[in-house]
Design a protein around this ligand. Structure first.
Ligand code: G3I
Length: 356
């Protein structure tokens, strides 16, 4: 009996070792049913990108292996914003952003820089500094020269300015607008161009994909910049949409066309499809199917337009998505589920990329 018990305990120990060996082995993207969007996209000259969340990027191997397997363009979700990159007047903290750029290089991915200026990313030393106009111009120039210079040659596109206008076309309040005045915008683009003449320089905003006031405001805003000779190459349309709030495809296509007529590229920069707050009733499967249809519909409009050069999703797994921090409610807005398995949205993109 005693011998039997010892043998049993040994057998359990051996088999549990086997289990732990199996569970520590890294599951591969292929085993998850992922085919590699980037391979298909690359064959067609398309940039397919995602925002990268620093927490799983640092410590979750499956996150980084899926990232490199599926995308050829990487956007640090937060790590290049002013407040994180420049936490004190004389201190820049490039650590996390550098790690992402190094990862992109090692995996043959391009990088979009997001973002040099955003009124919602202002460190306390700056907002509470009581700086004069001249001092603030020096600070802005120093920030842009330092950051864009640091990544010269490594960043293909910069969102120089993020969400600076409202739906009426007025420049939103910010420390830059208050102290420097609206010239801060042209100056920022000019300094970015001086710091890296090869980088594509973009204005990035939300809610301007469909026809309407915001789209007109954005159009007039960038047209004005071009008329003033400001070095701007394109517009980022964020495309945070919902199941019942996605642009009409024809309106979206017309919008891309009129920006092309100005000589501007368009990148889709932050696409996701929130499923909360929608009037669509029914099962999660039904919502995911509609979500997939909308990913496909918008992707198709982008890749059909000669000036739409990149399609970026604001994250890729529902396990890490920005929605809850913003709306206070959990959501599932992305193309892979919490276990990194493909959702209908992933399959919709795959199908479109596979078409001849
Ligand atoms: O990581 C810290 C955590 O340690 C801390 O305990 C917690 C307490 O607040 O904050 C965490 O940081 C948060 C960070 O997201 C990481 O989750 C910040 O508070 C939070 O403000 C930050 O939100 C980001 C938001 O921009 C503001 O910068 C979202 O991740 C990011 O997805 C979102 O991205 C924006 C684009 O830049 C511009 N367009 C809209 C888009 C969505 O809002």
């Amino acid at each position: 009996m005693k011998r039997f018990l010892v043998a049993l305990i040994l057998a359990i120990l051996v088999s549990s070792c086997g289990v732990s060996e199996a569970t520590t082995r890294q599951i591969t993207p292929k085993e998850l049913g992922l085919s590699s969007l980037r391979t298909l996209a690359q064959n067609r000259g398309i940039s397919i990108g995602t925002a990268v969340d620093v927490k799983p990027f640092r410590k979750e191997p499956l996150y980084t292996s899926v990232l490199a397997h599926e995308f050829n363009l990487l956007v640090p979700e937060n790590q290049m914003k002013f407040a994180l990159l420049h936490p004190e007047r004389d201190t820049y903290d490039f650590k996390d952003a550098d790690a992402m750029v190094a990862f992109a290089k090692a995996n043959d991915m391009q990088v979009r820089g997001h973002t040099l200026l955003w009124h919602l990313s202002v460190p306390r030393w700056l907002s509470e500094g009581n700086f004069t106009r001249d001092e603030l111009m020096d600070i802005l120039r120093d920030h842009i020269y330092t950051v864009v210079g640091h990544y010269r040659g490594s960043i293909v596109t910069w969102d120089v300015l993020n969400e600076a206008i409202d739906a009426n076309g007025y420049i939103k309040d910010s420390i830059w607008q208050r102290v420097i005045g609206p010239e801060y915008i042209d100056l920022a683009f000019r300094w970015a161009h001086e710091a890296d003449p090869q980088a594509r320089l973009f204005y990035n905003d939300y809610g301007a994909e469909r026809r309407g006031q915001k789209a007109d405001a954005l159009y007039n805003f960038v047209k004005g910049m071009l008329e003033r000779g400001v070095p701007i190459n394109g517009v980022g349309l964020q495309m945070h949409v919902g199941l019942t709030a996605s642009p009409d495809p024809q309106e979206f296509a017309d919008n891309l066309k009129r920006l092309a007529a100005l000589g501007l590229d368009v990148d889709i920069t932050e696409m996701d499809v929130l499923i909360q707050n929608s009037k669509i009733k029914g099962s999660l499967d039904k919502k995911f199917a509609e979500q997939g249809r909308l990913y496909g519909e918008n992707f198709k409009v982008c890749v059909s337009a000669p000036n739409c050069k990149a399609f970026v999703i604001w994250g890729f797994t529902d396990k890490y998505n920005w929605a809850v921090s913003f709306t206070g409610r959990p959501d599932k807005p992305l193309i892979l589920d919490e276990s990194y398995r493909p959702k209908p949205a992933y399959n919709a993109l795959l199908k479109l990329l596979s078409e001849k």
